[in-house]
Design a protein around this ligand. Structure first.
Ligand code: AHG
Ligand code: MN
Ligand code: MN
Length: 366
């Protein structure tokens, strides 16, 4: 949006010289203040979808409203009573934090209000959340989300996030959403992304036409385009993995970690180890700097820890759209057909050359 007003306005001409000078100075300052808001961006890009009638734009807009509500609460953590456990346990047996529950409720309410979403899968609900009212039942889209990712970091002011994924429903509009609507492979995503509540709040998303990032400008309450057409480096020097689990890793992963630590000037090794423990934050850093994120299967978690539907699929879509790669060590993440909402998968994602390298060590070149 180019902020401007008509300098030929008769009012300005009628002003005293000093006022006129002030107005013209302001005008000149504002002339150079040009930005694109998230709404302007999604409306402008609507033409990339030949049959779109604005429903996806509206859905993304409503989602961004919930993101602002969550951002507001996250930023007040410590001042208002939102830290700590909610007292409940989610389907994975994890203690829910107050902010996990708050974020879940905000997104569900905003998506229901949009009228474009007929149901959701979320980390915090065992079963799918299906909307029964007439308007929402007519919604064209399914939403899958991790409302608050990295919740162990909430209480200690470390970056956390929201991860989301959007699918077109398979069942007829107007009817109740069915199981198959929620269990589509990641290749069917029409949009996916994440919000990182970090040193600033950034929304990164793709609709399959590249990746763009929007930073929340708190002074105007708008997400503004700050990172257009994000491309991740082909190779990098960061590896992100919880090395505390080293003894439980598959041999290929152990060997890859040793490879990262070897001194080799030509390939810039040893690489640096960086691990926050919030998937969104670890991925976001590696996306820009170049690196690999690994959460493999372990003896304790033979299927890995991260959830396919609302953690790995959206991140994998972003990774691929930015020129990176995402696999489970054997198969492209996006091609896995989920069997259940909370299914887990080993996850290897980031710079293309680094993911290929770890695949060599796993001896399962794709
Ligand atoms: P969530 O807070 O949504 O349950 O996700 C936590 C996940 C993910 O963000 C992170 O990458 C991973 O758990 C960290 O696990 P470890 O503590 O086992 O390393
Ligand atoms: Mn998570
Ligand atoms: Mn979570």
């Amino acid at each position: 949006m180019l902020v401007s007003y008509n300098i030929r306005n008769p009012y300005i001409y009628s002003c005293k010289a000093r006022t006129k000078k002030r107005i013209i100075n302001n005008y000149n300052r504002m002339k150079s203040y040009s930005f694109t808001t998230l709404n302007e961006f999604i409306v402008a890009r609507q033409k990339e979808f030949p049959y779109a009638k604005g429903e996806l734009s509206s859905l993304l807009h409503h989602m961004s409203i919930a993101a602002k509500m969550v951002n507001k609460k996250v930023n007040k953590a410590g001042l208002v009573d939102v830290l700590g456990e909610s007292g409940d346990v989610n389907v994975q047996g994890e203690d829910q934090k107050i902010l996990d529950v708050f974020a879940d409720e905000q997104f569900i309410a905003a998506l229901k209000a949009s009228g474009e979403c007929c149901g959701l899968v979320t980390e915090e609900n065992k079963e799918q959340v299906v909307f029964y009212d007439e308007m929402a039942r007519d919604g064209k889209y399914i939403f899958c989300m991790d409302p608050l990712d990295g919740s162990s970091n909430i209480d200690v002011n470390v970056s956390i996030g929201t991860i989301f994924s959007i699918y077109r429903r398979l069942s007829d509009r107007g009817s109740k959403a069915v199981m198959d609507d929620f269990l589509q492979p990641g290749t069917e995503q029409v949009a996916a992304g994440y919000i990182i509540y970090g040193s600033s709040t950034v929304l990164v998303f793709t609709t399959g036409h590249g990746v763009n990032g929007f930073t929340l400008d708190p002074s105007i309450g708008e997400f503004c385009l700050s990172h257009s057409n994000i491309k991740t480096p082909e190779n990098g020097t960061l590896y992100s993995i919880n090395e505390g689990n080293y003894l439980r890793f598959p041999d290929g992963v152990k060997q890859y970690i040793k490879y990262c630590q070897v001194m080799d000037e030509k390939s810039n090794r040893p690489y640096s180890s960086r691990y926050i423990g919030s998937l969104v934050a670890d991925f976001h850093r590696n996306l820009f700097k170049g690196g690999i994120f690994i959460y493999p299967e372990t003896e304790k978690d033979p299927h890995g820890k991260l959830r396919l539907v609302y953690e790995c699929n959206p991140i994998a879509y972003i990774a691929e759209q930015a020129g990176g790669k995402a696999t489970n060590g054997k198969q492209r993440i996006l091609e896995i057909k989920p069997d259940s909402f909370h299914q887990r998968t080993p996850f290897y994602t980031g710079s293309r050359m680094m993911v290929k390298k770890v695949e060599e060590f796993l001896d399962l070149k794709l």
